[in-house]
Design a protein around this ligand. Structure first.
Ligand code: FES
Ligand SMILES: [Fe+2]
Length: 357
């Protein structure tokens, strides 16, 4: 099951070059993206209403997209505006059109009720395109249900195990940390001190500091948007500040952000988009590239574990899982998704029931 009334990341802006119709599958549905004359991204059902040829094999003509099988032309609204050899275009000659927004170098797609697609619901990514920050981007395909990837990102205790030689830095600090979990609109805020943690190799710390207390706080929002900001301080800061978090007036030794998006292709496949951002006053362009290289190695570790987990689940007749303390956030997020999906399913069923009654 998928939540429809929310914004999904369909790709990085550079995945949608001008003059190119791009085919993507989201939530099991074929969609074609193309840029209109002024550069705005349009998204249509990738299935011509005539004989079901893919519109992604079509030709962009100004703001419109022409099917290159028999020439029907479609406007960004989804309406067919031309049928070669025919003067009348019947009103049912149309395909679905989806609202899009391009923001923070991501193209976002709304697959629910278009009237509810408020762009204000899009979570702002952290420091994307900020001239004072380096930004690197990547993506990774998964052969796994999107909820397993959400689960993984909602429990960062796994850093000490899945990523023991990369993000975990051979330390149990992540596994031993106790996050605070706070509900926020359409998501959760998860914050923790990671105490006496080795500092990352890609950042040269002033004075040769090798261990730090790290404040790691992230918002996790539907359908799977992860916005993490980490700040490091001298060892001892965590003990002094506790759950208050860092003193907002105390400058961190270093900080980093990453914004990530989990987008279902279908029930068994997912695509994952991620950035790595570093402030230019503490990091060089080379540091930023090294950070991305580390992310690529680490996310390959997640990918191997989660795909293997998905294969075990698929061949288990009645999969049952044992809850532990580290599951609190992922359980809360799964409940939130269930509630939102149930609410929109009953809302869309209500008019049909009224009509039947
Ligand atoms: S299938 Fe598209 S015009 Fe015929
Ligand atoms: Fe991971």
């Amino acid at each position: 099951m998928f939540l429809r009334n929310c914004w999904y990341v369909a790709g990085w802006s550079h995945h949608f070059p001008a003059g190119q119709a791009v085919a993507r599958t989201l939530l099991g549905e074929p969609i074609v993206f193309y840029r209109q004359a002024a550069g705005t991204v349009a998204a249509l059902e990738d299935r011509c209403c005539h004989r079901l040829a893919p519109l992604s094999k079509g030709r962009i003509e100004g703001n419109d997209l022409r099917c290159m099988y028999h020439g029907l032309k479609f406007a960004p609204s989804g309406a067919c505006v031309e049928i070669p050899g025919q003067n009348v275009v019947p009103p049912q000659a149309r395909v679905c059109a989806y609202p899009t927004v391009e923001q923070d170098s991501w193209v976002w797609l709304w697959m629910g009720d278009p009237a509810l697609g408020d762009p204000a619901l899009i979570p702002p990514a952290l420091y994307h395109n900020d001239p004072e920050w380096w930004m690197q981007t990547g993506e990774l395909a998964y052969e796994a249900n999107y909820q397993l990837i959400n689960d993984n990102l909602l429990d960062l205790a796994h850093l000490s195990y899945v990523h023991e030689n990369t993000l975990g830095r051979n330390s149990m600090s992540w596994a031993e940390s106790r996050p605070t979990i706070t509900p926020i609109p359409r998501g959760l805020r998860i914050a923790r001190w990671v105490v006496n943690n080795p500092s990352p190799a890609y950042l040269k710390m002033a004075g040769g500091i090798s261990r730090v207390d790290m404040w790691a706080s992230y918002d996790y929002m539907v359908p799977g948007i992860f916005l993490l900001h980490t700040k490091t301080y001298p060892v001892g800061t965590a003990a002094a500040r506790g759950d208050m978090g860092p003193d907002p007036d105390a400058a961190p030794l270093t900080e980093t952000t990453t914004s990530q998006a989990v987008t279902p292709i279908d029930e068994r496949h997912t695509i994952y988009y991620y950035s790595g951002c570093l402030p230019k006053d503490i990091a060089s362009a080379e540091d930023s590239r090294q950070q991305l290289a580390l992310f690529e190695r680490a996310f390959a570790e997640d990918n191997a574990m989660i795909e293997a987990q998905a294969r075990v689940i698929a061949r288990t007749p009645e999969p049952r899982m044992l809850g532990i303390r580290a599951d609190h956030a992922l359980n809360q997020f799964r409940r939130l998704m269930e509630q939102l999906i149930a609410a929109e399913t009953s809302a869309s069923a209500a008019p049909a029931l009224e009509a039947a009654g």
